[in-house]
Design a binder for this molecule. Structure first.
Ligand SMILES: Cc1ncc(COP(=O)(O)O)c(C=O)c1O
Length: 370
């Protein structure tokens, strides 16, 4: 089975991990800060805090804003549910903004109609690696005095108008995930980039039980939190992976281009687009079926042909806990339509051209036979 995404680990990565295993510190040692420093240089932000997952990073991102319970954040339903649950867990209420039919990103032009007195945060998700139009979003956020947390879990290595995602030029924080299907991996892991020193200091505490260190043995717990720490083992892997990021991204783009050439103008589905302001790092290659009634059959047939296709995403508010909170089907029609058409086909840097050609031939075989 060719999966939709997969890590690429080489001997250098293994060596980096083994070195840490032989050292004095396998957690809470020097590799964590080294990884954070390297990542801050790579994305172009002043500060980075690394976490044990993208989800814990998102949780802390919402948490450190210190918002009143019931405050609202506007986000997209076409995302992994962690974008939403992390806000819900700190007492915030998600407000769903419908998406663009081609990029799957939230529609910036709808944001103002969703802003109320309770709105405090906008959380755009760069779906599949294609950046949201951040300058327009930021202009709205500034005018309404809102925080912006980029869920950049799909978008390490993407550029918006030439700016690196993670530079936080148009946001307060950008959150990354290092799950194995992402651009780089630490096994599990995540990070937040920010240029705001006060936010940075709170994030450090949130990662570690709300602890503020004092002199000698003394420390104070300023608020209750969890252990969201990442290990030195993971950070050593992360650094070794980060050094290959630009190659990983160009390889993903080469595969995307190979797919684009083969699939452009076909009768069965639309391919991902890249707006003029976007440089997509292609975490995903989502195709959108013209005839959504065929989606289930096509999905099953592709799996039977050995392609580990996936659907990103079920609209978040369809999940039972959100339905119980009162969100109804039909809330975001374009998102539901997007979900009903979309299938992610395999894309990851370890794919060979032969693998990509195999995917292309199987995709055509399936659509032509159904
Ligand atoms: C858009 C999005 N947000 C958040 C997450 C959560 O990241 P993690 O799996 O590292 O907790 C993911 C990854 O699965 C994601 O795709």
């Amino acid at each position: 089975m060719i999966p939709y995404g997969k890590q690429l680990i080489d001997e250098e990565d293994i060596k980096a991990v083994v070195e840490v295993l032989r050292s004095d510190f396998i957690t809470q040692g020097p590799k964590v800060e080294e990884f954070e420093d390297l990542l801050s240089q790579v994305v172009g932000a002043k500060y980075v805090v690394a976490f044990n997952s993208g989800t814990s990073a998102l949780y802390c991102a919402y948490r450190v804003l210190g918002l009143l319970e019931g405050s609202e954040f506007i986000t997209t339903p076409i995302t992994f549910v962690a974008t939403i649950s992390s806000g819900v867990l700190v007492g915030l209420k998600p407000i769903f903004c419908d998406v663009e039919e081609d990029t799957g990103n939230l529609r910036v032009d709808l944001l103002e109609s969703l802003i109320t007195e309770k709105t405090k945060v906008i959380t755009p998700v760069h779906y599949g690696g294609h950046p949201v139009d951040m300058a327009r979003l930021w202009e709205i956020a500034v005018r309404h005095n809102l925080y912006v947390i980029e869920d950049a879990c799909h978008a390490l290595g993407s550029l918006y108008r030439g700016e690196r995602i993670g530079s936080c030029r148009f946001s307060h924080m950008a959150v990354f995930s290092f799950h194995p299907v992402k651009h780089i991996t630490t096994g599990e892991g995540g990070a937040i980039a920010t240029n705001d020193e006060a936010i940075y200091k709170e994030l450090l505490k949130c990662r570690n039980h709300g602890i503020k260190r004092g002199n000698h043995w003394y420390y104070d717990v300023e608020f209750p939190s969890f252990n969201f720490r990442i290990t030195d083992i993971q950070c050593a892997l992360g650094m070794s992976q980060l050094r290959k990021l630009s190659w990983f991204v160009s390889r993903r783009r080469e595969i995307a281009e190979r797919y684009n050439k083969a699939f452009r103008g076909n009768l069965y589905f639309d391919i991902p687009i890249e707006r003029d302001y976007a440089f997509n790092s292609y975490h995903l290659y989502p195709i959108r079926l013209k005839d959504k009634k065929r989606r289930k059959k096509v999905f099953i047939a592709l799996r039977e042909k050995g392609l580990g296709v996936q659907v990103h995403y079920i609209p978040a508010y369809w999940h039972s806990y959100l339905a119980k909170m009162g969100y109804r089907r039909g809330l975001c029609p374009a998102s539901e339509d997007f979900y009903e058409r979309v299938i992610s086909i395999p894309i990851y840097p370890g794919m060979t051209d032969r693998d990509a050609d195999f995917v292309i031939s199987k995709v055509f075989e399936v659509f032509e036979s159904l």
